[in-house]
Design a protein around this ligand. Structure first.
Ligand SMILES: *[C@@H]1O[C@H](CO)[C@@H](O)[C@H](O)[C@H]1NC(C)=O
Ligand SMILES: *[C@@H]1O[C@H](CO)[C@@H](O)[C@H](O)[C@H]1NC(C)=O
Ligand SMILES: *[C@@H]1O[C@H](CO)[C@@H](O)[C@H](O)[C@H]1NC(C)=O
Ligand SMILES: *[C@@H]1O[C@H](CO)[C@@H](O)[C@H](O)[C@H]1NC(C)=O
Ligand SMILES: *[C@@H]1O[C@H](CO)[C@@H](O)[C@H](O)[C@H]1NC(C)=O
Length: 529
């Protein structure tokens, strides 16, 4: 009998919360105690657990039929949470271990089963807090593009391209990004596969350090950890397509979709069964809202025109069930498939800032790997369906190839016979050093800003929070993938091609304190400015 206990945790290491409102809800996060490790399903037949099932048999399996024949053994049909389509080939349900035994008898050697339990997110006891005041008005300036009409003649000796730069090329008009109608777009084509270095349309002058880092090749100079946190004076340069037409699925604790910084672009699309009755669609933890803000909110986001969809699979404890995550991914795949041929649709990106935990006592033993074959299979199926999967590398400060699902990015990972087309992200700070907590190694596809990250918060419509973790680095890259999909329609379903683009565009050799055997890549949008 094969029972894996997968402890899913959100990959954030500490939370510094700075709400603007007295009514702000503070997430009470404590370091997890050893008692978090939940027990195996009890042999007592009345014990129910949430299970994730995948059929591994080649023969088609009729889930309804199987569950119907389980009813005499006590299976309650209303405990079926999600039936997966052919892509996933399985289901999630609440079931007694007695029923699970019967199910196995019915599908000999044909079903994989995984009971999964929750676990609290680990957060350091001392959390730095930073006072953040969100300035009232965003500053977006139109940049005059180098191409498409701004070239002038230089004494008849060929073309002279004007130098670009903040001092020269900023027009005075302030753009409101959400209100930018297509008719306001400059008369240049941005779809003709620009190859790096690219020019840019918009300069945001009140961006976070992470956004600036993402849009310049070199390290940020003249900055301290303190000034990095006041994320309102950095410069983010981007093409005004800004991920328009791309769907970003934030698989997390939900999203505060009413936050003004989403400008109405965020929607709740899925709430896991086990959370519907307890906390509903609201993000009570703040983790998902923060991540979503980094993917695409107006102030803090990378892809400022992308659609943001909350797939709520984790709750306020900071943990979740892989059966719920499986169901959420199943929902996302179905929705992606129904939208992939719509006009204007430019692709789907999943931002997944969670991972299985690894027992504290096993951290030092490099032969121990935390795996979830079920979740791995489901994530790989979603990537195969053409969804760009971006996954946090983990916060244990160990080789990322030891943690699922982050290890899916590399063939050296156990159980993976090929280089999976998922992107795994490690975290760096404002000095381009790998954060001490960040996992590292060959399974890290790229690093991205993940320390002192300012983004959208919960507890109000204008709240902000500073957080750190590979959780925070991941949505930078998910947003970057969305942004690049906006520029490269040909990569809409080409997850391998996107991964190659991310790694070939990334800055090389910048990341300090990384492992010797890795590329030390740092995510970069290819803007030349
Ligand atoms: C699965 O079985 C149910 C009940 O026997 C039947 O109604 C349904 O049509 C079957 N579905 C498929 C896809 O064969
Ligand atoms: C089946 O589950 C539902 C929802 O949990 C419950 O209301 C109902 O009583 C259960 N039925 C039986 C026969 O246990
Ligand atoms: C590491 O874990 C493996 C597998 O459980 C075990 O066989 C080995 O003895 C452990 N090594 C150490 C140094 O604890
Ligand atoms: C898979 O990834 C490893 C490590 O990044 C690399 O050395 C290898 O060439 C890759 N293999 C393929 C087939 O892409
Ligand atoms: C939130 O921001 C919006 C837009 O800037 C503003 O209209 C609103 O008054 C703010 N709300 C609060 C409670 O500060």
């Amino acid at each position: 009998m094969h029972c894996i206990h997968s402890l899913l945790t959100l990959l954030l290491t500490s939370t510094a919360v700075a709400h603007r409102h007295a009514h702000a809800r503070h997430m009470d996060m404590h370091p997890s105690s050893p008692s978090d490790t939940a027990a195996a399903p009890s042999p007592h037949p009345t014990k129910y657990s949430n299970y994730l099932f995948r059929f591994t048999t080649d023969n088609p399996v009729n889930t309804t039929e199987i569950l119907t024949s389980l009813q005499p053994y006590g299976f309650n049909m209303s405990h079926l949470h999600s039936t997966f389509s052919q892509t996933m080939n399985g289901f999630s349900a609440l079931m007694s271990d007695h029923c699970v035994g019967k199910l196995k008898d019915m599908v000999p050697d044909g079903v994989e089963i995984e009971p999964v339990v929750t676990m609290n997110v680990r957060a350091p006891a001392s959390e730095p807090t930073f006072p953040i005041v969100l300035k009232s008005r965003q500053r977006f300036l139109r940049h005059r593009r180098r191409s498409g009409g701004h070239i002038h003649h230089n004494h008849g000796h060929g073309h002279h391209v004007r130098p670009r730069g903040v001092g020269f090329s900023i027009a005075t008009r302030i753009l409101d990004i959400p209100a930018l109608a297509p008719s306001v777009a400059p008369p240049v084509s941005v779809t003709a596969s620009p190859s790096p270095p690219q020019d840019y349309d918009i300069l945001q002058t009140d961006a976070t350090w992470g956004l600036q880092r993402l849009s310049q090749r070199d390290s940020i100079r003249g900055v301290t950890p303190e000034t990095a946190v006041d994320g309102q004076n950095f410069h983010y340069k981007f093409d005004e397509s800004a991920g328009e037409g791309v769907d970003i699925y934030v698989i997390d604790t939900g999203v505060n979709v009413a936050h003004t910084d989403f400008g109405g672009r965020a929607q709740v699309k899925f709430v896991a069964e086990s959370l519907k009755l307890t906390e509903g669609a609201e993000d009570v933890a703040g983790h998902g809202t923060h991540c979503a803000g980094t993917t695409g909110s107006l102030h803090f986001g990378v892809a400022k025109r992308a659609n943001i969809y909350a797939i709520k699979t984790m709750g306020k404890s900071g943990g979740g069930l892989s059966s719920d995550i499986g169901a959420g991914i199943e929902y996302m795949v179905k929705r992606h498939q129904s939208r992939r041929d719509l006009p204007g649709f430019r692709g789907s990106v999943a931002s997944m800032s969670f991972g299985l935990d690894i027992d504290q006592k096993d951290i030092g033993n490099s032969s121990i790997v935390s795996t979830s074959p079920m979740l791995d299979g489901i994530i790989m199926a979603a990537a195969a369906a053409g969804i760009h999967m971006v996954i946090a590398g983990g916060n244990q400060g160990i080789d990322a190839c030891r943690v699922s699902p982050g290890y899916l990015s590399n063939k050296v990972a156990p159980r993976i016979g090929y280089n999976a087309s998922v992107i795994t992200v490690g975290a760096t700070d404002v000095f381009d050093s790998r954060a001490d907590f960040s996992n590292y190694g060959e399974c890290i596809t790229t690093y991205a800003p993940g320390v002192a990250v300012l983004s959208t918060g919960i507890g109000g419509d204008n709240t902000t929070q500073v957080k750190q973790g590979t959780s925070m680095a991941t949505p930078h890259v998910a947003g970057l993938v969305a942004y690049l999909l906006g520029l490269k329609p040909e990569l809409k379903l080409d997850v391998q091609g996107m991964k190659r683009l991310i790694t070939s565009t990334a800055g090389r050799g910048f990341v300090k304190n990384a492992a010797v055997n890795e590329g030390k890549l740092l995510a970069y949008n290819g803007i030349d400015g």
